[in-house]
Design a protein around this ligand. Structure first.
Ligand SMILES: NC(=O)C1=CN([C@@H]2O[C@H](COP(=O)(O)OP(=O)(O)OC[C@H]3O[C@@H](n4cnc5c(N)ncnc54)[C@H](OP(=O)(O)O)[C@@H]3O)[C@@H](O)[C@H]2O)C=CC1
Ligand SMILES: O=C1O[C@H](COP(=O)(O)O)[C@@H](O)[C@H](O)[C@H]1O
Length: 489
């Protein structure tokens, strides 16, 4: 059983409570934490959206969502009933000052004296400022109310600034919880443990020993029901600016002075600020953007992105970047980052390739050591290294691997990332949330890429759905004498 801290009674006010995120992720996450004993029975989940629903109708939707998104073995009727007792609904347009704020106040004021108040914005980010202002004008923000902001925080530095300013007028920075669900993943947090709890890794974690780092988040799914959002975003904004740069920060950061939020965030932001800016001389060779075309996934034919959309588009469903970090630790080490929809397999991982051994002791050059940190699925770590080949009397070598599968190792259910993050916001535990300067530094670094792509300075490449991506991405690594992980075997 995961060790988790029982939290104080809380009122979770979710704006966007009828939406995909709430149904698929937030309600199931809160349900799981109730089953684990972390949520007190007096806690309340107050859904709000414009749809005119009675409380009982919303409770029925919430039950349906749990039925659909909680594993059937974990769906327990009694606990579901206890959960639904906590669920309320207020029909409200969060962007309008003259909407039903009185309805929200009534629910909030009823038996709420000692409750921690959390506002979760699961709506379009351009509403965040207006919702904050209305909450303030209605006097609903208490001294220690937290606000959780969903990504994306803007579509570029300017809009991120505007959102942060607008929310920051009413919530102090240490009560603003910018969510990045990758940081809620156990295996992403594990990067900190692997690096700093093992002298073996800590001592070789630098340009002296590391040849390259690959960070991949690949998906089999396409844009599903989110085409309208995705086509305005693309893989760079959707996955790289936030999730993958956060992962890169954990892989590359200097040892933080402590595991306190600001120490970890200081270490991360200094990585973001040390990323070498891409410019017109490096953009064409260090960035690849592509769209999937018709292909086959698991025996089924899959339409191309443009056919799915039904119109032309300049939006990438694949991104691969070559980044460098200008610090003594990482001088000249390429960090390859890629993310895509409709790849051959779902895989999120970090692959660290070590430099070749300088020895000339053996008849053949030893293979490079490779550390693979599997974020998902099959969470775990594998370490490829050389042993003596017992069938070779001339000191021939054999490449083998130590492979740890966490689910076997710990025999626990791997929680969804949202579970922990939702309750961390109640606890007021900000380590796994993003500070404002991190968001802004990340937007600054991707800005030249967005600009060059918008001007078509880097041509759009193509890849068949169900493949590992475009040839151009293979070439990007080949220029450095490297290959993507799937081609290493
Ligand atoms: N879905 C996902 O997997 C992910 C989503 N996100 C982010 O989460 C947020 C929500 O996404 P998602 O759930 O997919 O979006 P949906 O479009 O499915 O849901 C939007 C929600 O907002 C409500 N809403 C819209 N306008 C208002 C308003 N003026 N006042 C109050 N409520 C309003 C809608 O209900 P109604 O129409 O009844 O008002 C609905 O409940 C977005 O910022 C998205 O980028 C981030 C990561 C993943
Ligand atoms: O934030 C997002 O993440 C998901 C991928 O998350 P994962 O936990 O399944 O790796 C992605 O599908 C979505 O487009 C993006 O908005």
């Amino acid at each position: 059983m995961t060790q988790c801290h029982k939290v104080a009674p809380f009122d979770y006010v979710i704006f966007g409570a009828t939406g995909d995120l709430t149904m698929r992720k937030l309600l199931p996450a809160l349900y799981y934490r109730l089953t684990m004993g972390q949520v007190p029975d007096t806690a309340r989940i107050i859904g709000t959206a414009r749809s005119p629903l009675k409380r009982s109708e919303y409770q029925t939707r919430a039950r349906d969502a749990l039925k659909r998104f909680v594993k059937s073995d974990d769906f327990d009727e009694d606990t579901v009933d206890r959960f639904l007792e906590m669920v309320h609904y207020v029909s409200l347009d969060g962007s309008k000052p003259d909407s039903n704020w009185e309805g929200l106040r009534e629910v909030l004021n009823h038996k709420a004296e000692d409750h921690v108040r959390v506002f979760y914005y699961a709506t379009a980010p351009d509403l965040y400022g207006a919702i904050s202002k209305n909450l303030h004008q209605e006097g609903l923000i208490t001294e220690d109310s937290r606000v959780v902001l969903e990504k994306p925080i803007g579509i570029d530095l300017k809009t991120a600034d505007e959102i942060n300013e607008a929310v920051g007028k009413y919530f102090k920075e240490n009560y603003v919880f910018r969510i990045d669900h990758y940081l809620g993943k156990e295996t992403v947090q594990n990067v900190i443990a692997l690096r700093f709890a093992n002298p073996l890794f800590e001592s070789v974690w630098s340009a002296e020993h590391i040849e390259s780092v690959q960070i991949t988040a690949g998906e089999v799914v396409g844009v599903e029901g989110r085409a309208a959002y995705y086509d305005n975003s693309g893989a760079l904004r959707d996955m790289v600016q936030n999730h993958l740069l956060q992962v890169l920060c954990l892989v590359a950061m200097e040892k933080p002075s402590s595991l306190q939020a600001d120490d970890v965030r200081d270490a991360k932001v200094s990585v973001l600020k040390s990323l070498v800016p891409l410019d017109s001389s490096t953009l064409p060779t260090s960035t690849v953007r592509a769209q999937y075309t018709k292909g086959h996934i698991k025996g089924a034919t899959v339409e191309g992105y443009l056919e799915e959309l039904g119109h032309e588009s300049n939006t990438e469903t694949y991104v691969a970047l070559r980044a460098e970090i200008d610090t003594p630790r990482w001088k000249n080490v390429p960090f390859y980052i890629r993310s895509a929809k409709r790849l051959k397999a779902k895989v999120s991982e970090i692959v660290v390739t070590f430099k070749p051994s300088a020895t000339n002791l053996f008849p053949a050059q030893p293979e490079r050591n490779v550390l693979v940190i599997r974020i998902q699925p099959d969470e775990g770590v594998s370490w490829r290294f050389n042993v003596k080949n017992p069938m070779d009397d001339d000191f021939g070598l054999w490449e083998t691997a130590m492979d740890v599968h966490f689910e076997r190792e710990f025999a626990v259910r791997y929680p969804d990332a949202y579970e922990r993050l939702l309750l961390d916001a109640v606890r007021g535990y900000p380590v796994l949330f993003i500070r404002r300067d991190e968001v802004e530094a990340a937007w600054k670094w991707v800005a030249p890429v967005m600009d060059a792509w918008a001007k078509n300075e880097v041509p759009m490449a193509h890849y068949a759905a169900g493949s590992w991506g475009p040839e151009e991405a293979r070439q990007m690594l080949a220029r450095d004498g490297q290959v993507w992980h799937e081609d290493m075997e």
